[in-house]
Design a protein. Structure first.
Length: 162
């Protein structure tokens, strides 16, 4: 009887809890958020998506504009990312603590161009936080100035909301 009871317990233990194994389940893209490090933002059909640039050292805020203008890499393009940022003429970016300003006197920036403006605001805020590690990206306010108009100041989280 003991052997039979022990055998039944052993069989039950080996049978597991009744949950059958499954394959890999796609849970979708990662949750957007404001993590540390250098990230730049590109547009997609679902909104803005930040991409990491861990191997690049940023020395100035102008550098992030150059990264944006270079566009997403081939893999990022295949995943549906695109760059909407372009400038006519010159631009200048300046930052002081938690404030950043982009001046593009020859470029038209529309308040209705949410994805384009979001690319600029979020990328510049992340760059300012990368240059000044005591800052969080959402502590940075970005103002976009072009052709005599001023948009903002904005924080990145405004553009990450759907």
């Amino acid at each position: 009887m003991r052997t039979l009871t022990f055998g039944a317990l052993l069989l039950a233990a080996l049978a597991g809890c009744g949950i059958t194994p499954t394959g890999v389940i796609d849970a979708g893209p990662p949750v957007p958020g404001l993590t540390r490090g250098l990230r730049i933002y590109f547009a997609s059909d679902t909104g803005l998506r930040g991409v990491s640039r861990p191997d690049l050292k940023l020395h100035s805020l102008d550098g992030v504009i150059k990264l944006l203008m270079a566009g997403p890499n081939e893999s990022e393009q295949k995943s549906g990312l695109t760059n909407l940022v372009a400038f006519e003429g010159s631009y200048r970016v300046s930052g002081n603590a938690h404030r950043v300003a982009l001046d593009a006197p020859d470029t038209y920036l529309s308040p209705d161009a949410r994805l384009r403006n979001g690319q600029l605001v979020c990328s510049l805020a992340r760059a300012q936080a990368a240059l000044h590690p005591a800052l969080r990206p959402d502590d940075v306010q970005v103002t976009l100035r072009a052709r005599g108009e001023s948009l903002g100041p904005y924080v990145c989280s405004y553009f990450l909301r759907n």
